[in-house]
Ligand binder design. Structure first.
Ligand code: PLP
Length: 425
């Protein structure tokens, strides 16, 4: 047994799919101790949108450390935090019409910003109930987990997961069923059994739940529904935000304004822990320290986060590049589908958050395994883990993207080929 198997808890998961011991990482490449290189189509589960050890961010961090800049600052004022707030406000929030939104620094995980968003909504509205959607994933701490749909995660709670009403996401009952109309009917009927909610929480593109995309119209209708029923709209942009959909926020295409936005994963740009809850200043009813946490002041993360904004978001070049890469990715995935099963395989997701739905969890797992053996790190998602999900760094070169997709195509050739051979014999 290796050190990890002997001494680390059984809760470990990604390492089971990729059992190499990694030593170095650069851009979209991970290198194992034995020198084997892997193309990274997982990108730290979306926390490495700018690639591993991005040189621009690394330089800013090295200079900051060299000058003995603050590492941990609780929520005290620091120059690094001031610069980040300034850049985030001027470059991200203001141009997108969020001038009057404030930033809360929460504990540095996605789950913690979700906890803050839920607490804040409940406090503002004075109501307990929250609407969350089928296949939604919002984290594994108690409050966030009550909004997460997946039974595997919910099963670990050990307590009742209360005060959440589950509603069908866009397309859950097929294209013809208008799920907003369903929710509207339930909320309008005093005898539907649904307590009046403080807020709805949703991902516009469900990451863990299966790359299910809410249409722009559905999002607009949901925004309108929230206004009509006096509910706050929380968009959990932890996975779909920070450029993954082509825009900085995933909801920009729909032209909606959520009341509360949660960000984490790639907000620091460098894989450093950091999380933000962003909300309209009228909702700022917190008293000092009410949602407290020791690690709200990761100044190294503030340095790389500000550097990422300066390097990538002051004009449209990066955004246009992501959209072009998204097209290339989806074209190549469609080719795989056409080649190996237009009836049984399905293209999922949007832009650089895309993947292929396989007929079974086993096939998807076999493709992940075959990919790994060929030097490609790629994972699954979905309600039954049946979707092979491409989550590359957004800074990946076209050559690397094409190379990784060729490895994925070879993995499909092997796995589908084996299945066809077994069926023929
Ligand atoms: C949409 C979304 N929300 C919340 C979380 C939880 O974030 P964390 O794992 O950092 O707690 C995740 C993690 O995958 C996520 O994808």
């Amino acid at each position: 047994m290796n050190t990890f198997e002997q001494h680390e808890s059984g809760v470990r998961s990604y390492c089971r799919s990729f059992p190499a011991v990694f030593k170095q990482a650069k851009g979209a490449t991970l290198t194992a101790e034995n020198g084997t290189e892997y193309l990274d189509f997982l990108a730290g589960a979306g926390s490495l949108n700018y690639g591993h050890n991005n040189p621009v961010l690394k330089q800013a961090l090295l200079e900051y450390i060299e000058a003995d800049g603050l590492t941990q600052g609780l929520d005290m004022y620091s120059s690094a935090k001031e610069y980040f707030i300034d850049r985030f406000h001027k470059t991200i929030l203001k141009p997108r019409g969020f001038n009057d939104y404030v930033i809360q620094f929460t504990g540095p995980t996605g789950s913690n910003t979700v906890e803050a968003a839920l607490k804040l909504a409940r406090k503002v509205k004075g109501r307990k109930n929250i609407i969350a959607f089928t296949n939604g994933f919002h984290g594994c701490t108690a409050g966030a987990l009550s909004c997460t749909a997946n039974q595997h995660h919910r099963g670990g709670a050990g307590v009742s997961l209360n005060d959440v009403s589950r509603m069908p996401f866009d397309g859950y009952f097929g294209e013809k069923t208008n799920t907003i109309a369903m929710v509207d009917k339930l909320l309008s009927d005093p005898s539907s059994g649904i307590d009046k909610p403080a807020a709805v929480i949703l991902e516009t593109i469900q990451g863990e739940g299966g790359l299910n995309v809410a249409s722009a119209q559905w999002l607009k209708d949901l925004r309108e529904l929230c206004n009509r029923h006096d509910m706050l709209m929380i968009v959990d942009d932890i996975q779909a935000g920070c450029g993954r959909s082509g825009d900085f926020f995933s909801f920009e295409e729909a032209g909606i304004k959520p009341d509360i936005i949660t960000l984490s994963k790639s907000i620091s740009g460098y894989g450093l822990p950091m999380a933000l809850t962003v909300f309209h200043k009228d909702l700022d009813v917190w008293t000092p320290g009410e949602h407290n946490g020791t690690f709200r002041g990761n100044n190294h993360a503030f340095v790389t986060a500000a550097s990422a904004i300066d390097a990538y978001w002051t004009d449209n070049l990066f955004s246009n590049d992501i959209k072009a890469k998204g097209k290339l990715l989806r074209k190549r995935l469609s080719r795989i589908i056409d080649r190996f099963g237009p009836e049984s395989l399905k293209l999922k997701g949007r832009c650089m958050m895309s993947g292929i739905e396989c007929p079974s969890e086993q096939i998807a797992a076999d493709i992940v395994k075959a990919s790994y053996e060929k030097g490609l790190i790629i994972e699954t998602c979905g309600n039954r883990d049946q979707i092979v999900k491409c989550f590359t760094p957004l800074t990946i070169s076209n050559e690397e993207l094409e190379r990784g997709l060729s490895l994925l195509e070879q993995a499909f050739t092997d796995v589908i080929g084996r299945l066809e051979a077994a069926a023929a014999s």
